[in-house]
Write a protein that binds this ligand. Sequence first.
Ligand code: HEC
Length: 304
Amino acid sequence: MKRAVILFSVLVLLFVGAAEAQQQFKGQKRMNGYSLEQFGNFTKDWKLVTVRYRHDSNEMRFTFANDAAWKTLAAGKTDYPDGAVFAKMGFITEEDPAFPSSAVPSGARRYQLMVKDSKKHAETDGWGYALFGADGLTTDEDPVIKTQACHACHAIVPERGYVFSKPMQLAMPADIKADAKVDEILGARLVYETVDVASLPERLKNLVPAQFKQVRMLQGALRKHLFAGTLDEIRPALILEVNASKLPALLLAEDGSMYSLVYPDPAATACKAKSGAAGVTYKAHHTVGEGMQGDRIIDYCQAQ
Ligand code: HEC
């Protein structure tokens, strides 16, 4: 009996300890030694590199570069000097009530930094990563796991110095040079294997529609090093794989704790909702919430 009580107390302590550790990660000013404020008003003083919009998450993204980062990027080089910094901010957008077909930013959602210091961040090819929420403070995941997850994806483009963005082309059409798009690179670099649905964890087996007996499963470092943010970032690449293979595409954490799954779903209403836009419809699932126990479902419409 005594033993049981001791065991129970130890378990309670472990549980409380884990919850406290999570709390410690959240709400800090710094990640990997970097804070947002230390770079001053980057939206005003740095160069706006490019803009991106994610249809599925209604997120607008702006990427900025400080002088050192911009000089290298603009020269088409990849040897970023120590002190080069990229900052990316993501806004949620919502319909403008005065003009519903137009989306307006409705508040900052998150900030991401990449800071070059080849000695300090030798393990992640010289880049230090940081992620902050709308309040400018850290989110609740372990910074070590987040850092590995950031780099697992940025490591896909070593020939770009681990930087995905290219300066947006605001030049006249004749000056614009064709350039491989990020999504195409992701599509070409990622390695998938075909696996039987029967071999997947129970939770996923039930999500894949019965007509599919196999799925294309993403391999490599992204399965080992991922955090909640990866599940969202990877979706456009999974959709490319669905288009190429006509099978569901899946990123499943090696330890089974998280997934991002996409499959074609002709019955999905996303394209109809977009005022009858012609497009291909998909359904996407990914884990969310406490302990990744939840399943978020997204109807996705890719315009044709
Ligand atoms: C699954 C892939 C993926 C993961 C994981 C990921 N990124 Fe990125 N990141 C991208 C892509 C693709 C872009 C360019 C397109 C865009 O901005 O949406 C990008 C752009 C950036 C940029 C602008 C400079 C550049 O490379 O274009 C920064 C800064 C950045 N990410 C930081 C981070 C941080 C910090 C993390 C981890 C918390 C992270 N990223 C995780 C794919 C990823």
